[in-house]
Design a protein around this ligand. Structure first.
Ligand code: SF4
Length: 312
């Protein structure tokens, strides 16, 4: 159920991941709250990076970062694929926010229908919004179909969760109900400045009692997804000064059988933390030198910037 844990996941976390983390704790030097000393201390605080651009190292020469910052210069979607991912993210966060608002107001009767209606509005609003930057004419049916499946799934899941908690604790007031139904912060704002990152980072979701950070992906698995989550964990530790030991990447996709949700839970190890920091240092150094990186000899097919480097 996206951010909710089912029984198998609770068992995996309790009997596998947590014991592994306890027997092999994170090196204190790699905790975000030690941002003021190496290896966390950044070269500069003047070139704030996003967690995504640090983690998504698919260009062998780092030219992608240079192209985005020196040529495109705007933070807008450049392809229908990116726009679709943004829309799906906004549907998920929008529905959780809408549900939370309704539960706070005590308006949880008919919640499923309200969420379905709100979800349909979000799809149309976002298609209109994204169409200002990219041509979505060939993707609209896919976006509407995919979005509707997620909306239906979330609306049912959230309503069920509300009814389950309400039936178990009928004496709870709205505040207590919200805490139990939504034990995670959606679109958690993080100020990443201490690590040379943006002040306006947003993690998709984080467990409010600490310890788990989530990121949602709509594409296939890539190695850098775990590094991205490690970046958010470091930023949370640097800003909120609380440990984040477990990451969860949630893959949302469509298959012939319908909606598919897979979760990858993992410990945020020293290795993931170090790789994020190495990437950050490499990018900061490149941007400080301000020298245009060459076009790569072999460009991965997954790079969405071909037209900026190879024309066409
Ligand atoms: S097209 Fe090639 S050189 Fe250009 S950003 Fe992508 S991977 Fe790098």
């Amino acid at each position: 159920m996206i951010y909710y844990l089912d029984q198998a996941e609770v068992r995996f976390l309790t009997h596998e991941l947590l014991p592994r983390i306890r027997s092999n704790p994170v090196d204190e030097r790699l905790r975000g709250w030690n941002w003021h000393q190496p290896p966390l201390k950044p070269y500069t605080y003047e070139i704030p990076l996003s967690v995504w651009e640090v983690a998504a190292r698919i260009c062998p020469t780092n030219r992608d970062v240079w192209v985005r910052r020196r040529i495109i210069k705007r933070s807008v979607p450049t392809t229908p694929y990116i726009a679709k991912g943004i829309i799906i993210h906004r549907i998920i966060s929008g529905l959780f926010k809408e549900a939370k608002k309704n539960v706070y107001l005590g308006m949880y009767r008919g919640l499923r229908e309200k969420l379905v209606n709100r979800g349909a509005e979000i799809i149309e609003e976002e298609i209109k919004n994204m169409s200002r930057y990219v041509d979505l004419s060939r993707s609209i049916d896919e976006i509407r179909g995919f979005g509707s499946e997620i909306i239906e799934y979330l609306a049912i899941s959230i309503e069920n969760k509300v009814l389950e908690v309400k039936a178990k604790y009928p004496f709870l007031d709205h505040e207590g109900l919200v805490n139990l139904v939504f034990p995670f912060a959606v679109e958690l704002a993080i100020d990443g400045r201490f690590l040379g990152l943006s002040r306006y980072l947003r993690a998709d979701a984080s467990w409010i009692f600490g310890g788990i950070i989530y990121d949602v992906k709509t594409g296939y698995r890539q190695r850098w997804h775990r590094i991205q989550v490690a970046g958010y964990a470091l930023a949370i530790e640097s800003f909120y000064e609380r440990p984040v030991d477990i990451g969860g990447v949630i893959y949302v996709s469509r298959s012939r059988g319908g909606l598919r949700i897979e979760k990858d839970f993992f410990p945020i190890t020293d290795d993931l933390r170090s790789r994020f920091l190495e990437n950050r240092d490499e990018l900061q150094m490149m941007l400080l030198k301000d020298k245009e990186p060459p076009v790569a000899d072999k460009c991965p097919k997954t790079c969405l910037l071909h037209r900026y480097c190879h024309g066409g």
